[in-house]
Design a protein around this ligand. Sequence first.
Ligand code: HEM
Length: 166
Amino acid sequence: MRKVYLGMSGLVLLAVLAQFYFAAFGAFSIPRDHASFEMHSVNGVILIPLASLLTTAVAAAARVPGRLVGLAAAPFGLVVVQILIFVLVHLVTEMTMEQSTPGAQWILGFHALNGLAIVSVAVLGVVRARRFVRTAPPRTGKTLARSDRAQEAPAGSEPALSEVTA
Ligand code: HEM
């Protein structure tokens, strides 16, 4: 289950990187309209949130520390922020599908910054999942309780030798 968790974290990162690719794909299409961003929309609205939620469920099932479960859910939460940015624009500006306004553009610039935040949590998710899978002792019989303590150790700390070899 831990390896599945690591693999799923990698898939989330791949989907997030693809999201940037699809943004450029749409931006360079001529003429450019909403259909140019179709893959960006599908990946952003469906695939990334789904991958993040599944990874969160697998992380919880693998009994990884709570902070890693939270990290797996972070891309989902930040995609919700992406959508809220659009909602805010429609609430506070006069922007339409045919005509943007300077105010809307200032707000929509945060879409790119929040995108960078999503990349950051996705990269961190893979790095932390890989470290966890490599260092946490196996959850078997007698070691179960001890491995729980080891998994709750501060980030970056190695499990005690006795816990790994017990
Ligand atoms: C992980 C990063 C990103 C995520 C999760 C994301 C997600 C989304 C979502 C959910 C939408 C709304 C789609 C819809 O309503 O159908 C959207 C639209 C859009 N995004 Fe992103 N986005 C990301 C990064 C970027 C970046 C880096 C750019 C460009 C700098 C960008 C440019 C756009 C544009 C132009 C639209 C509007 C497309 C249209 O006209 O329908 N996005 N994005």
